[in-house]
Design a protein around this ligand. Structure first.
Ligand SMILES: [Zn+2]
Length: 896
């Protein structure tokens, strides 16, 4: 890429800046403007414009500055300007650089530590009085967190920031002085640098070819567009970087730059539309509405039309698009700008009519009248909206610091949450201690104060043992804790009598306890308990029991989803692993069906010790191996993941498999060139969202080169190989809407139970009650009932006798556990998880999205049980008691 850089003028710049510094104390006022102008000229000469640096103007048709070049430019400006600093935060998922650019006046940058300290004190109402806060608010300046891109295909904003940083670094005007003196900008050039690489590298690589310019796969290794849906579990390293930045700098305003589809308004600015959660602070909402309308005015003044507002219904389940910020009092200012063709080429209307809605309304005062929209327009609109946001923030610093940063947590500390809830109590006795740990860890990350009972207590008539956890609502993060721990009743609201129900932008509920499988009680009435603050959250401490005698075995209970990590460690180390098919009693303890039974070898002991400590699950030892019929897992079970190109559920499934150490490969088109897929895989998992078309047609080789050949279509012949895989003895597991694909593949005796019309049935992403048959190997370790996650997919009715119902929605009683459900009668008694024997193989269908964004972890065992159970070998009771191997060292079944 062409780069022209002016010669380095560093020495000259320093000299002139020294002069400017001197004028600050000099009484000769009339000399100051000239010197300031001279300094500005020198600065401008020293710092190349984006055009000089990149070789083209930001927004030039068909031209995109790549992420590494943008970072180079930011670092160059930081080196040459005393208004700009660059900080590397750390490596991304794929090893790229995640960094921030800090912009303010030289004076503010010199006292940055003090400004950060002020923000920290404001954000801590426990140790800062309202009077002290007033004083701090006048001493400090607000921080403006500017996130240029999280969605990597929305490329225009990432170009605009080069102009923005250049202007702030070089211009001397009342406008820039106000921003620099009265705020600190913390710019994140990309919240997902990997995606910038993937998208722009593909775009540049395909220039001048007949290939499609748009990147076909996920623009983050695991999450793709869902990188903006990770704000309660914080699974990805980039999400945790953002959280750390947020906790470090305490921005008063967070500007999140996005692009949207290209048919509506040209830009969205707040106020937001729709209903809001009562957990969202009112101050936060109103300050953001004000900033949005300040931007609307600036856009109008610049002659920009098509400015829309009162949209984006994102303040119900905040976990998703906006995250933690609003709960801390940071105002979330979202801009969404219309996109163009292939990232960087003009969009022209097909019929010559102007683009976007043409009727002036209060939420779109002046329609956009042109039939063309370009990358340069995106860059222009982005800059104006950003400058307006910065100007508003700098001009209202004291109010934002006090009303948002201080008053919001202060209100929850002194008044509690609007619902009147006193506390949430996490019982010390839990089915899944690992789930409890994972939930508490998220609370700890988000600064929720957790307390632990030092003696037993009674709350709401129930006795809780010492060791139970208490999260009180009267604390600075009360509203956030309420949001993630509580259950939701999403209200049925319509804009008109005939209008559809107003569904939230993302999901209708958050509820970490229900997703993870933790028993948590919401307690309204105050209660007394002896409590101590929890300072660190860690998995429960476990110790290995004394080694059993030679005829004995180690036992691992099956209830926790943490056991998956123990099982994959056993698989990895090639340690024989058995499971009892029925419950049994050993040493006076009852063990449920599915309990893992492992030989008492030193190698097994080592593996179990390491793996169980990691997840905090206690291993037991018995001197007499139980006499119970069961199975032996196939050593090194080979898992294939049919994930679908660009399919987010498939990305999440990869992440989960990588985390848990599953022995898997992504199924590729090349695999289908084998005689049989059974040569490669024992179990194939079909991620939600993979259709017959995705498999048979796949990506078109004429549009995407060899780099994506794994995702080419496999044709009818490949489709038949997949059928054959199951009939030959393979295990096929289909999740969510891929159940339909499996049904088509093998003509499974089942039909959809739910009506297609939203008027009759809709959940909008909710948790629905479920009954499990825990005697079925697929549901071993599951409780009798617990909610599952259902979004837009299907419930089923079995039509023949060959399928077995593993779990179903309750026929009677409440179906909705949290969120929203319209048309409960349609889903009552319907099948969710079912298993089928097909030829020598097995199919399990999961109608609900049991791996959705890795949130419903309470349901993970349904998947992992099946992954290993299909390829496992049955063993009679004597065989289990003798731990008789069913597989040879090569993994082939032992012939007897
Ligand atoms: Zn976006």
């Amino acid at each position: 890429m062409l780069k022209t850089r002016p010669p380095l003028l560093y020495g000259a710049c320093v000299a002139l800046l020294a002069l400017v510094g001197a004028t600050a104390t000099a009484p000769v006022a009339s000399a100051a403007p000239d010197l300031a102008r001279a300094a500005a000229v020198a600065r401008a000469a020293n710092i190349p414009t984006p055009e000089q640096h990149f070789g083209f103007k930001m927004g030039a048709e068909g031209k995109l500055a790549s992420y590494p070049d943008v970072l180079t430019y930011m670092k160059l400006i930081a080196e040459r300007s005393d208004r700009v600093d660059y900080k590397t935060i750390g490596p991304t998922t794929m090893g790229n650089e995640y960094g921030t650019v800090i912009i303010s006046s030289p004076k503010n940058l010199r006292r940055l530590d003090r400004l950060v300290e002020i923000n920290q004190k404001l954000a801590d109402p426990r140790s800062t009085s309202p009077e002290e806060a007033r004083r701090l608010a006048s001493e400090g300046v607000p921080f403006y967190h500017l996130e240029a891109t999280i969605h990597s295909s929305e490329v225009g904003n990432g170009q605009a920031i080069n102009d923005i940083v250049h202007r702030l670094a070089t211009e001397d005007s009342d406008f820039t002085r106000n921003i620099l003196n009265n705020s600190v900008v913390v710019l994140v050039p990309s919240q997902n640098p990997d995606g910038q690489h993937l998208i722009i590298d593909h775009f540049n690589r395909t220039a001048g070819t007949d290939y499609r310019r748009t990147f076909p796969d996920l623009y983050h290794k695991y999450t793709g567009h869902d990188d903006n849906r990770d704000w309660t579990m914080f699974t990805q390293v980039e999400a945790r970087y953002r959280l750390e930045l947020e906790k470090k700098y305490r921005p008063a305003i967070v500007h999140i730059m996005h692009q949207k589809g290209n048919s509506g308004s040209r830009i969205f600015v707040p106020p937001y539309g729709g209903i809001t959660s009562e957990n969202v602070p009112a101050n936060m909402s109103s300050s953001v509405s004000a900033i949005g309308q300040h931007a609307a005015r600036a856009l109008a003044a610049a002659g920009k039309t098509g400015v829309g507002s009162l949209d984006y219904h994102i303040f119900w389940t905040l976990e998703q698009p906006v995250g933690y910020f609003p709960f801390t009092g940071s105002g979330v200012y979202l801009t969404e700008i219309a996109s163009v063709t292939d990232y960087a080429y003009p969009q022209k209307s097909a019929d010559g009519r102007p683009l976007g809605p043409q009727q002036a309304r209060m939420n779109l005062i002046e329609p956009y009248r042109s039939d063309t929209w370009t990358l340069a327009d995106i860059v222009d609109y982005a800059k104006i909206a950003t400058y307006a946001g910065m100007e508003y923030t700098a001009s209202n610093g004291e109010k934002l610091l006090y009303d948002n940063l201080y008053a919001v947590p202060h209100e929850y500390l002194t008044k509690g949450v609007p619902s009147g809830t006193f506390a949430f109590v996490v019982d010390a006795k839990q089915r899944d201690p690992y789930a409890t740990f994972e939930m508490l860890q998220r609370l700890e990350w988000t600064e929720v104060e957790i307390e632990r009972a030092t003696s037993a207590f009674v709350a709401d008539g129930k006795r809780y043992d010492a060791g139970s956890y208490v999260v009180k609502m009267q604390q600075p993060r009360g509203n956030w804790a309420h949001q993630v721990l509580g259950t939701d009743q999403y209200p049925e609201v319509r804009d008109c009598g005939e209008c559809p129900v107003l569904l939230p932008y993302a999901e209708a509920t958050t509820s970490l306890p229900l997703q993870l499988g933790v028993d948590v009680a919401e307690i309204r009435a105050p209660f007394e308990a002896q409590l101590e603050r929890v300072t660190t959250v860690a998995p429960p401490q476990v110790t290995m029991p004394p080694a059993p005698r030679a005829k004995g075995a180690y036992l691992v209970r099956p209830e926790s989803y943490g056991t998956i990590q123990i099982v994959s460690a056993l698989q990895d180390a090639n340690i024989p692993t058995f499971r009892g098919a029925k419950g049994f009693t050993a040493k006076g303890v009852d063990y449920p069906a599915g309990t893992y039974i492992v030989p008492a070898t030193p190698q097994a002991r080592n593996t179990l010790a390491t793996a169980s400590a990691k997840v905090g699950l206690q291993v037991a030892a018995v001197d007499q191996t139980p006499k119970v019929a069961g199975v032996q897992l196939k050593p090194k079970t080979r898992v294939g993941l049919l994930r679908g190109v660009g399919n987010m559920p498939g990305g999440w499934d990869m992440w989960q498999f990588d985390q848990y150490g599953i022995n898997y490969d992504v199924v590729s088109a090349q695999d289908f060139q084998r005689k049989s897929l059974n040569e490669l895989y024992d179990t194939i998992v079909v991620s939600s969202g993979v259709s017959r078309d995705d498999i048979v047609e796949g990506l078109d080789p004429a549009q995407y080169d060899e780099a994506y050949s794994w995702a080419y279509g496999v044709g009818e012949k490949g489709w038949r190989k997949l059928q054959q895989f199951v009939r030959n003895g393979g295990t096929l597991l289909a999740i969510g809407d891929s159940v339909q694909t499996a049904q088509q593949l093998l003509d499974l005796p089942m039909k959809p139970a739910l009506p297609t019309s939203d008027d009759e049935f809709v959940t909008g992403g909710s948790l629905l009650n479920q009954e499990f048959d825990s005697n079925d190997p697929v549901a071993w370790g599951m409780p009798e009932s617990w909610p599952v996650w259902l979004y837009d997919t299907q419930a089923w009715e079995l039509t023949g006798d060959s399928g077995k119902v593993v779990s179903n929605y309750p026929a009677e009683g409440e179906v909705l556990a949290s969120g929203y459900l319209r048309g409960a009668e349609h889903i009552r008694g319907a099948t969710n998880v079912a298993s089928f024997d097909v030829g020598k193989g097995q199919v399990v269908t999961y109608g609900s999205e049991i791996t959705f964004r890795t949130l419903p972890r309470s349901q993970y065992n349904l998947l992992y049980n099946a992954i290993y159970h299909g390829p496992a070998a049955e063993v009679d009771a004597t065989g289990v008691q003798q731990l008789r191997p069913q597989f040879g060292p090569d993994g082939a079944p032992v012939k007897r």
